[in-house]
Design a protein around this ligand. Structure first.
Ligand code: RFL
Length: 384
């Protein structure tokens, strides 16, 4: 069986790539290890930045993918209980992100691809990549494909990146030394996305529907295990950090640990294999860029593959990795910058860093150029 592009993984990166190729008339097959309901129910990211939403608008997929989504305006940054409202769109020429939970985005992309006659195979276990330097072959339990190109969109734990010889890859890993504990609770949502900076540690609250909130709390990895915190203690910590003694509690329905880790693999390509999304890079949730970076990779790759397969021009494909790595490192830096600003305020043992964090925070309100830069990063940047 032959196809033009074999796509491994049906997450945001793989499904965006599949839809864009389909619209360009390029044949592709998507191989996904899990079943459809698992893929459709995986909750993760919540915000599509402005640049991410434009990817779908450019492809004529805005109605299919972002219809009805709520536009984000204010971000509340609360410093020791004192509220500050950042109006990102007004500092970024009106560019606003939209709230699109990742599972909704995935569901819509899946439906659009399948309605258009797309070939997506769920439950494709034991995927293995062969002959990447000549005519790529993909084997999986129950089948085999020959493809012109392979797109590795199978996330951090997938097989694509590990199919590249170690000598052809440089990897960078950074541990921020911070842990995040997240809980989902039946508690009234905040009016605006809320991040609270405090000497007791960082905390955040985001809406998850009309009667639910997701909270995040910083913790000290190695020194404490928040999975052992009684729920009362979690609420006490949230009230302290959010500076809101009257914060209503509620039933906690889900508890998870989020790793604050950064990772980049370079280059994002090897012979006829191209990595996109989490398969190539992991970014901390600060700045909410992980999913958006995956979508941006997919758009660059779709254009490059189309050029190679339809225009007999592989220039864009050869620069694919460099193009995507520029944005990847730009977003990594932003995420690190943001992480330091909101966590160093709680650096009990380091008063100097605490003061720097305050200066970084104050600059956003004192210097319009700094506000513009921050808003621009929140909206997402082209960098092509
Ligand atoms: P995904 O979403 O991991 O999809 C990979 C797909 O590949 C499949 N797969 C395989 N298929 C075939 N063979 C194999 N061997 C396979 N191995 C894996 C998997 O089943 C899956 O369907 O990667 P992709 O497409 O690159 O998308 C990346 C995003 O999912 C990720 O960056 C974001 O979720 C990160 N992230 C956030 N990003 C944001 O932009 N904003 C956020 O607010 C945000 N919050 C988050 C997040 C990630 C989180 N976790 C748990 C990782 C919050 C959390 C909690």
């Amino acid at each position: 069986e032959m196809t033009e592009v074999a796509i491994i993984g049906a997450g945001p990166a793989g499904l965006t790539l599949a839809n864009l190729l389909q619209r360009n008339g390029i044949r592709c097959v998507v191989l996904e290890a899990r079943d459809r309901s698992h893929v459709e129910e995986r909750q993760r990211a919540g915000v599509l930045d402005h640049y991410g939403s434009e990817i779908f608008a450019r492809a004529g997929l805005a109605d299919a993918v972002i219809a009805g989504a709520f536009r984000e305006k204010f971000l509340e940054l609360r410093y020791e209980g004192e509220p500050h409202f950042f109006d990102g769109p007004s500092h970024a020429g009106g560019r606003a992100g939209v709230i699109v939970p990742q599972q909704l985005l995935v569901r819509r992309l899946l439906a659009t691809f399948l309605d258009g006659g797309g070939d997506l195979r769920f439950g494709a276990e034991d995927v293995a990549l062969h002959d990447l330097t000549t005519t790529p072959r993909v084997t999986y339990a129950g089948g085999e494909l020959t493809a012109g190109y392979v797109a590795g969109c199978d996330g951090f734990h997938g097989v694509s990146r590990t199919s590249i010889p170690a000598s052809s890859l440089t990897t960078y890993t950074f541990d921020h030394g911070i842990g995040w504990y997240t809980v989902l609770a039946d508690a009234p949502p905040p009016r605006h996305a809320l991040m609270a900076v405090s000497r007791h540690g960082f905390a955040a609250q985001f809406a998850r529907g009309p009667q639910a909130s997701r909270f995040y709390l910083e913790y000290r990895p190695g020194a404490e295990d928040p999975r052992e915190w009684p729920d009362d203690y979690t609420w006490e910590q949230l009230r302290l950090r959010l500076g809101d003694p009257a914060l209503p509690g509620g039933t906690i329905t889900d508890k998870e640990i989020v790793e604050m880790r950064s990772f980049v693999a370079e280059p994002m390509a090897y012979a006829k294999l191209f990595l996109a999304g989490d398969a190539a890079h992991i970014i901390t949730p600060m700045g909410a860029k992980g999913m958006n970076l995956a979508l941006a990779d997919a758009e660059v790759l779709a254009r490059a593959l189309t050029g190679a397969l339809r225009g007999a021009d592989d220039t864009a494909l050869r620069s694919y990795s460099d193009t995507c790595l520029r944005r990847t490192w730009d977003y990594q830096e932003f995420s690190r910058w943001f992480t330091e600003m909101v966590h160093d305020a709680g650096a009990q043992d380091d008063p100097f860093r605490r003061r720097l964090a305050r200066a970084r925070f104050d600059r956003l309100w004192a210097n319009p150029k700094a506000a513009e830069w921050f808003a621009d990063m929140m909206a997402g940047t082209a960098l092509l």
